[in-house]
Design a protein around this ligand. Structure first.
Ligand code: ATP
Length: 513
C-alpha cells in the first residue's frame, strides 16, 4: 500500500514539475478537486481527445459529432432523473468530522480483499515457480475462493440496498464489516444520507426573474435533446451515433486522488441509437470496440478489466465499466451503458415533442434504444500519465526518470539540439525545427550538455531527440535518439519527417485497432 501511495505521489509531483497539471488557483492555496492543465498537459489532453474523436467520428461513417452548450433548459434535468436521483450516499464520521461516500468505503473494503488475493497469488507463484498456473490457482485455492465469495456477496448486498434506497442497510453493512474512518480509525458513523451532485446557478440579471439552472453533470443529455435535429439534418439512418466531448460538473462528496475525481472535468461520450431489441448486441459490440481502442495505445491487456454492474442506474438494462490499473488499484475509467429508451421517452414526456425515428425497413416509427460509451478525458489522462512514468535502472548503475507516453499522445514529438552553441550548428538545428513544426510539435533546446538535455526530454515524455553535430554540416545527417530504447541512429535530415511520422501519426496507431 505504501509503495502504491509513493508511486502516486511521484505521479502528482512529476505532473507539476514537468508542466502537465497544476492545482487551480494555486496562489490562493488551490480549490479542492479543481485542476489546471499546463503547457504540456494541455497538449496531452488535446491529443487524447483527438485520438478518441478520430476513432469515433472520422473512422465511422454512421457517427457524427456535436458540441452542445453547458447550460441547458432546467427541465432537461428533471426529465433525465438528475434532479431526483443524481445522488451519492454520504456518511460522516462523528469523530474526524470527515465525509465519505458510503459505497466507496464498502468498495475500498472489497478492494482490500482483492489485494489479499493478489498476495496469495504472489506467494504461490514464488512457491511453484515456472509451473505456476495463475488461472487454475485462482479457480481452486480455497482461501482465494473465500475472499472472492465474500467480496461478491458484499457488493451484491450493497447494490441491492442502494437500489431499494435502503440506506439503513448500507450503514448496517459498514458496521458489520467493521469499516473504520481511514483518518481517525473511529467507527462512530452518522446515518447514510443522499446528496445531490449537481451545481446550481442562475440565468438572468434580475433576482425575481432569474431562472434556476444547473451546470450539466454529464454531456449525454445535450445529445439526447438534439437527437432529432441531428438525425433529420444529417439524414442519419439507424443505427447511428452522436459523439461529443466537453465539460461536466459534479459536486463530488469526496474529491481525492488528483484528477481521478474532479468537480469540473471533461467527458468524451458517444450515444449510439439502435432499433429496440438489438441493444444487447450493440452493447457487446461497443464493449469490445472500446477495449480495442484502449489496447491500441499499447499499455498492456493486464492494465484493464471489465466490471459488470450489479446495481444498474435507473435508465439502464445493462452496464459495465472498463477499469484501469491506476497507482491506487483498479478503478473505473470508462462506462458502457445500455440506456434503453429511457432518456428519449422522458424528454418526449416533458417537452411534449415526439422524438421518434421512422424506420423505412420496418415501415414504422419508434423511440430508439441507446447504447452509450462514456469516458472521462481527465481520467484517461491520469491512466496514460501514471502508466508511463518509470524510474528505470540503467546498465551503468544509474537511474533515469522516463515518461514513456504513447508517442501518438506525447505533447512534444521531437526536441532538436545543436551539439554546441556555435560553429553554425544552431542555425542547422533551427532550420530543422522550422521544417518539422508544420507537421509536429517540436522544440529547440541548446542549454546544458547533451546528456542532460536527453534526460530532460525523457522526463517530459518526448519520444525523439535529434542532435546536430559538426559532421551534419557536411553529410546532412543527424543523430536521432529514441526515448524508450535510448538507441541512437544516424539518419539523413531529409528523412526525419518520414521517420517521425511513422511513429507518431494517429493513422499508424489506430491501424492497430
Ligand atoms: P464514479 O463511479 O467514479 O463516480 P460514474 O459511474 O459516476 O463514476 P459516469 O457517470 O458513468 O461515472 O461517467 C462516465 C465517466 O466520466 C467515468 O467513467 C469517468 O471516467 C468520468 N468521470 C465521472 N465522474 C468524474 C469526476 N468527478 N472526475 C473525473 N472524471 C469523472
Amino acid at each position: 500500500m505504501a509503495k502504491q501511495e509513493d508511486q502516486f505521489k511521484k505521479v502528482v509531483s512529476h505532473a507539476k514539475e514537468y508542466g502537465y497539471v497544476f492545482q487551480s488557483s494555486e496562489i490562493y492555496d488551490g480549490l479542492s478537486a479543481v485542476y489546471d492543465y499546463a503547457q504540456n498537459g494541455v497538449e496531452l489532453k488535446k491529443n487524447i481527445r483527438e485520438y478518441w474523436w478520430k476513432s469515433m467520428v472520422q473512422m465511422n461513417d454512421n457517427i457524427v459529432g456535436l458540441d452542445a452548450s453547458i447550460f441547458m433548459h432546467p427541465t432537461t434535468w428533471k426529465a433525465s432523473g438528475h434532479v431526483d436521483a443524481f445522488n451519492d450516499p454520504l456518511i460522516d464520521n462523528k469523530d474526524s468530522k470527515k465525509r465519505y461516500r458510503a459505497d466507496v468505503l464498502i468498495e475500498d473494503y472489497v478492494g482490500k480483499l482483492e489485494a489479499k488475493i493478489e498476495k496469495e497469488v504472489a506467494k504461490a507463484q514464488k512457491r511453484f515457480g515456472d509451473s505456476f498456473d495463475r488461472a487454475q490457482f485462482i479457480a481452486t485455492n480455497p482461501r482465494v475462493l473465500g475472499y472472492q465469495e465474500k467480496g461478491a456477496a458484499i457488493l451484491k448486498r450493497m447494490g441491492q440496498s442502494l437500489e431499494k434506497e435502503d440506506l439503513a442497510d448500507v450503514k448496517a453493512l459498514i458496521e458489520e464489516l467493521g469499516i473504520a474512518c481511514p483518518l481517525s480509525g473511529s467507527k462512530n458513523w452518522t446515518e447514510v444520507k443522499q446528496f445531490n451532485l449537481m451545481f446550481g446557478t442562475k440565468l438572468g440579471a434580475s433576482a425575481d426573474t432569474a431562472m434556476d439552472l444547473y451546470l450539466r453533470p454529464e454531456t449525454a443529455q445535450g445529445i439526447f435533446v438534439n437527437f432529432l435535429n441531428v438525425q433529420k439534418t444529417g439524414r442519419m439512418k439507424i443505427p447511428f451515433g452522436i459523439a461529443q466531448t466537453g465539460k461536466a460538473f459534479r459536486n463530488e462528496i469526496v474529491a481525492r486522488q488528483f484528477i481521478f475525481r474532479m468537480r469540473e472535468f471533461e467527458q468524451m461520450e458517444m450515444q449510439f441509437f439502435v432499433r429496440p431489441g438489438t441493444q444487447k448486441e450493440w452493447y457487446e459490440q461497443w464493449k469490445e470496440t472500446r477495449l480495442k481502442w484502449h489496447l491500441s495505445l499499447g499499455m498492456g491487456r493486464d492494465s484493464y478489466r471489465f466490471h459488470d454492474h450489479d446495481k444498474l442506474a435507473h435508465y439502464a438494462d445493462a452496464a459495465a465499466d472498463i477499469e484501469f490499473k491506476f497507482p491506487f488499484g483498479f478503478k473505473e475509467l470508462e462506462g458502457i451503458h445500455s440506456r434503453t429508451d429511457f432518456d428519449l421517452k422522458a424528454h418526449e414526456e416533458h417537452s411534449g415533442k415526439k422524438l421518434q425515428y421512422f424506420d423505412p425497413e420496418l415501415g414504422e416509427s419508434y423511440v430508439p434504444y441507446v447504447v452509450e460509451t462514456s469516458i472521462g478525458l481527465d481520467r484517461m489522462f491520469l491512466a496514460v500519465f501514471s502508466n508511463s512514468l518509470e524510474e528505470e535502472a540503467l546498465e551503468n548503475g544509474t537511474t533515469r526518470t522516463v515518461l514513456k507516453l504513447p508517442a501518438v499522445l506525447a505533447p512534444t514529438k521531437a526536441a532538436i539540439f545543436p551539439l554546441v552553441k556555435k560553429d553554425g550548428l544552431p542555425e542547422v538545428a533551427r532550420k530543422i525545427v522550422d521544417d518539422l513544426k508544420l507537421d509536429f510539435n517540436v522544440i529547440y533546446d541548446e542549454k546544458d550538455a547533451v546528456g542532460k538535455r536527453y534526460r530532460r526530454q525523457d522526463a517530459a515524455g518526448t519520444p525523439f531527440c535529434i542532435t546536430v553535430d559538426h559532421d551534419s554540416l557536411n553529410d546532412h545527417c543527424v543523430t536521432i535518439r529514441h526515448r524508450d530504447t535510448m538507441e541512437q541512429k544516424r539518419v539523413s535530415i531529409a528523412d526525419l519527417k518520414g521517420i517521425i511520422h511513422q511513429e507518431v501519426s494517429i493513422s499508424s496507431w489506430l491501424n492497430k485497432m
